[in-house]
Ligand binder design. Structure first.
Ligand code: NAD
Length: 475
């Protein structure tokens, strides 16, 4: 496969090359290759293929579907080094993070493969001669849209859930990080997935989403990305009465209580923020720290942040790679300078790290006023905002003050605090004493502007089904 995997469209079982746009390596701003742009005919062909693919796949036995999905996962695992390297080249994350993403994606696919065999319905007791039952049936061809921050796992979540439920898919993966989707689709093709069941396109995002949403064949929309784009797509889907799964942005609070060691909490927090250079929808962003612990915590967090080695993700010494694109650098400059102007203290980082490559150091801002834009706009980059609070109740009230509601975190061992936070934090995912908020077997998703629907867990698969109630009167 050479140095970097060539991106192609995959329509009705065939790879197709097209003219397109350059793919940029964020570590050095060089061109890696070209992402092909689908024409309107390609989009129509992809949907037609998905219509036929749905007929085949929805009537394939769940155990055969499971076998194919597991086979694809095994092929992805076998290719881990090539896939991880492609992701690092296109997106910037350190190679080890990319490898972990490959492993997690395989676990997601494997879990979905098994769960697809358990989309049980139920029998509802009724009067003599009447048989009432409920079935969960695949909803139909799904249009899926995935972002650049997790080029493989965001695809695995959508494709795994949809295929396991018996749906076909037209996937528009990110134009900026196409290789991972190409690898995943290739693994499914090699595993024997029938033609037309999984189709891959790239191109102009708004043109593609408009085309798919309006098309009579597409029965559902699954999107991961920003709140404004998600709202626009959901509104379009509403016109055609098509259900959506929306995984949108976040602005996650971390509540640091006074029963934990502030130094340990500071180290843990800095390392969590460095993950994927903060470009995660569930990234911890606003720290609300017990006032008694604030100084020590902030001091340690900044010290650890300064020690994080940034560099090219291919270098094994690198702990944090470049940001994925120039838009993130512009956003960091914009949001951080606004916060500083409004009175925030810069404890670490704060300025672009190099002129070549999209490097931004791990930045800790303290005492950030509520009216700084970064306190309510998702930074989606390596910036931590740390502020003192006088009680857990105050932390919760500040945490809930935004329209986001994706993930929330707490560092505490107090059962009372945990019970209170579990009941009061407005989030879809709450993680305590660690920063992992989703696993293949647990449902992941937001509330409020962060979206609706769930990926992973039993709930994740049910998104891709309709519930049919059957009432049968016997003679
Ligand atoms: P953006 O709003 O332009 O795009 C976000 C994603 O949506 C991208 O993957 C893009 O390709 C896709 N997209 C854009 N317009 C679309 C359309 N009309 N139809 C279908 N897909 C469309 O922002 P961006 O600069 O690429 O990313 C930055 C912002 O996006 C971040 O601030 C963050 O809020 C959000 N984001 C969230 C996630 C997540 O995991 N929830 C992932 C990536 C980006």
């Amino acid at each position: 496969m050479g140095n970097h995997t060539e991106a192609k469209l995959f329509i009705n079982g065939e790879w197709k090359a097209r003219a397109g746009a350059p793919i940029i390596n964020p570590a050095d701003e060089t061109e890696l290759g070209i992402v092909p742009f689908a024409t309107e005919n390609d989009l129509a062909a992809a949907v037609e293929a998905a219509e036929i693919g749905f007929k085949t796949w929805s009537h394939t036995s769940p155990s055969r579907r499971s076998e194919i999905i597991r086979d694809a996962a095994a092929r992805i695992r076998a290719n881990i080094e090539i896939i991880a390297r492609d992701m690092t080249l296109e997106q910037g994350k350190p190679l080890n993070e990319a490898r972990n993403e490959v492993r997690r994606s395989c676990q997601v696919l494997e879990w979905d493969a098994e769960e697809g065999r358990r989309t049980y319905g139920r029998v509802i007791p009724a009067e003599q001669g009447l048989h009432n039952s409920v079935k969960h049936l695949p909803i139909g061809p799904v249009a899926a849209f995935t972002p650049w921050n997790y080029p493989l796992s965001s695809v695995a979540r959508k494709v795994g859930g949809a295929l396991a439920a018996g749906c076909s898919v037209v996937l528009k993966a990110s134009e900026e990080t196409p290789a991972a989707a190409v690898h995943l689709v290739n693994a499914f093709a090699e595993a024997g997935l029938p033609e037309g069941v999984l189709n891959l396109v790239f191109g102009n995002p708004s043109q593609i989403s408009r085309f798919f949403i309006a098309h009579r064949v597409i029965r559902m929309l699954a999107f991961t990305g920003s709140v404004p784009v998600g709202k626009s797509l959901a509104a379009q889907a509403g016109e055609f009465m098509k259900p959506c799964l929306m995984e949108l942005g976040g602005h996650s609070p971390v509540i640091v209580c006074d029963d934990v060691d502030p130094r340990e909490a500071g180290i843990k927090s800095a390392l969590a923020k460095a993950s994927n250079a903060g470009q995660i929808c569930t990234a911890p962003t606003r720290w609300f720290v017990a006032a008694s612990h604030f100084e020590e915590f902030a001091d340690q967090m900044a010290t650890t942040a300064r020690s994080v080695r940034i560099g090219n993700g291919l270098d094994p010494e690198t702990q944090m790679g470049p940001l994925a694109n120039a838009r993130r650098i512009a956003a960091m400059q914009d949001l951080i300078s606004d916060a500083v102007k409004k009175g925030a203290d810069v404890l670490s980082g704060g300025e672009r790290a190099a002129n070549k490559g999209y490097y931004w150091p791990l930045t800790v801002l303290a005492n950030v006023p509520d009216d700084a834009r970064i306190m309510y706009e998702e930074p989606f980059g390596p910036v931590a905002l740390v502020n003192p609070v006088s009680s857990v109740a105050e932390a919760v009230s500040k945490a809930n003050s935004l329209e986001f509601g994706l993930a929330g975190y707490a560092l505490t061992h107090s059962a009372d605090n945990i019970a209170y936070l579990t009941d009061h934090l407005e989030v879809g995912n709450f993680a305590i004493n660690q920063f992992v908020s989703s696993l293949p077997e647990t449902p992941f998703g937001g509330m409020k502007d962060s979206g609706y629907g769930r990926e992973g867990g039993t709930e994740g698969l049910l998104n891709y089904t309709i519930t049919r109630s059957i009432s049968h009167k016997t003679r």
